[in-house]
Design a protein around this ligand. Structure first.
Ligand SMILES: *Cc1c(COP(=O)(O)O)cnc(C)c1O
Length: 385
C-alpha cells in the first residue's frame, strides 16, 4: 500500500519515518552531524552537509509533503523563514496581492522588508474575489492566500482566487497554518505552493518554532529547495525531530481541538457578556457555507467581542484559569490574548479599526482540554465581570 492510498492518520504516523537499521529503533533517530563523509569521490549516502540536507529533516519533509498531498517539502527554522524562502522566487518589479488581514509578521515582511527590495504589494479585502481581480496588474506574479484570517476568522474562497490568479498568469501561495492539512488542503483547489508555521498545529506542543514549504510540481520544488539551501533556512535536526514527533498526533489533536472550540463558541454566543463571536463553525458566521464547503472542519481558533471593552477583557484574562495569556496558537494548552496590544500591536490603530479589531476583541486558541472544563472556566470568568 503506497502512502497515497493511506488515510490521513496513517500517513501522519508513518510517512517519512525512517526506521533505524543499526539498532531497530522504531522512530527516526536525530542525526546532528553537520557533515557526512564520502565513501569515495563518487559516492555519498545521500547527504553531504546538513544545511543542504539532513536525514532527520528529510523524514519530517516527507511526512508533511504526504499530508498536504505535495511532491516535496522543505522544513525551515521558522514560519517566517518559509515565507522568506518563497518570496525569493520573485524579482524587483514583481507585484503580489495579499489580504489586508494577513498574519502581522507576514505583513511586516511584505510591507517593509521586501518592499525595500523592490517587490510591490497590494493589500485588499480578499473575502470578495472581485477585489482581487480589480487589483491585478500586468506585473502581478503571485496571489497570497491566508484563510481563515487572524484574528477575525474571515474566509477566503480559495478556488475563486485561484481562478483569478490563473487568468492573470500568476501563481498562488497559501499559508495553511490556521487549519493544518488535516482540515484544509489548498492543493485540492489548485494552489501552487502551501506553507506553514509548524510552530502551531503541526508541532502542536508549544515547544519549537519551525516552518515548511510544500510544492506540487517539479519546477517549484527545485526552486524552493535551491533557495532554502542557498539562503540557509533549513531547520535543525533537533527541531525536525520534535516536529516529526508532534505531527504524528495531528489528526486526533485537531478533532479534540475542534470539540472544545465548538462547545466554547456556543457558550460564548449565548452569553450576555459577549457581543459577537467570530467562529466559522457558527451558522451565524457570514461565511459559514463557504467554510463548510472548503474546510474539513472549522478549526479551533476564534475571537469574541466582550461587552465592557478593555476592563472586561482584563477581568477575563485575570479570572480564567485554564487559558494562559499568551501569543501564538495551535498548542495542546488553551491560550487567549488581546490583539489590540499583543498580536496586532504592530498595526496602526486605524488599520486595526479598519480590520474590525477593537478594544473588545479577545482571541482564543482552544486547546485539547476537556470541553466541559474549558466552557465552565470561561463561563465563570464572564459571569463575574
Ligand atoms: C505564526 C504564524 C506565522 C509565522 O510563523 P513563525 O513560526 O512564528 O515564524 C506565519 N503565518 C501564520 C498564519 C502564523 O500564525
Amino acid at each position: 500500500m503506497d502512502s497515497q492510498n493511506q488515510h490521513f492518520e496513517t500517513r501522519s504516523v508513518h510517512a517519512g519515518v525512517a526506521k533505524d537499521n543499526s539498532y531497530n529503533s522504531v522512530i527516526t533517530p536525530i542525526y546532528p552531524s553537520s557533515t557526512f563523509y564520502w565513501d569515495d569521490l563518487q559516492t555519498t549516502r545521500g547527504y553531504d552537509y546538513t544545511r543542504s540536507g539532513n536525514p532527520t529533516r528529510t523524514g519530517l519533509e516527507q511526512n508533511i509533503a504526504a499530508l498536504e498531498g505535495g511532491i516535496d517539502c522543505r522544513a525551515t527554522c521558522t514560519g517566517m523563514s518559509a515565507i522568506t524562502a518563497v518570496l525569493h522566487m520573485f524579482q524587483p518589479g514583481d507585484h503580489i496581492i495579499a489580504s489586508d488581514d494577513i498574519y502581522g509578521g507576514t505583513y511586516r515582511l511584505f510591507a517593509d522588508v521586501f518592499t525595500r527590495q523592490g517587490l510591490e504589494f497590494s493589500f485588499v479585502k480578499m473575502t470578495d474575489p472581485a477585489n482581487v481581480k480589480a487589483a491585478v496588474r500586468p506585473n502581478t506574479k503571485c496571489i497570497w492566500i491566508e484563510t481563515p484570517s487572524n484574528p477575525l476568522m474571515n474566509i477566503v474562497d480559495i478556488a475563486a482566487v485561484v481562478e483569478v490568479a490563473q487568468s492573470a498568469g500568476a501563481i498562488t501561495i497559501a499559508d495553511n497554518t490556521f487549519l493544518s492539512p488535516y482540515l484544509q488542503r489548498p492543493f485540492e483547489f489548485g494552489v501552487d505552493i502551501v506553507l506553514h508555521s509548524t510552530t502551531k498545529y503541526i508541532n502542536g506542543h508549544s515547544d519549537v518554532v519551525g516552518g515548511a514549504v510544500v510544492t506540487r510540481d517539479k519546477e517549484n520544488a527545485e526552486r524552493v529547495a535551491y533557495l532554502v539551501n542557498a539562503l540557509g533556512l533549513g531547520c535543525s535536526p533537533f527541531d525536525a525531530w520534535l516536529v516529526l514527533r508532534g505531527v504524528k498526533t495531528l489528526a486526533p489533536r485537531m478533532e479534540a481541538h475542534q470539540r472544545g472550540a465548538m462547545a466554547l463558541a456556543e457558550m460564548l454566543d449565548a452569553h450576555p457578556a459577549v457581543e459577537k463571536v467570530y467562529y466559522p463553525g457558527l451558522p451565524t458566521h457570514p461565511q459559514y457555507d463557504l467554510a463548510k464547503r472548503q474546510q474539513k472542519g472549522f478549526g479551533a481558533m476564534m475571537s469574541f467581542d466582550v461587552v465592557g471593552g478593555r476592563p472586561a477583557a482584563e477581568h477575563i484574562f485575570r479570572t480564567a484559569r485554564l487559558y494562559s495569556l499568551a501569543e501564538s496558537l495551535g498548542g495542546v494548552e488553551s491560550l487567549f490574548e488581546y490583539p489590540e496590544s499583543m498580536s496586532h500591536a504592530s498595526m496602526t490603530l486605524e488599520a486595526r479599526r479598519n480590520a474590525g479589531i477593537t478594544e473588545k476583541t479577545i482571541r482564543v486558541s482552544v486547546g485539547i482540554e476537556n470541553p466541559d472544563d474549558l466552557v465552565a472556566d470561561m463561563q465563570q470568568a464572564l459571569d463575574s465581570i
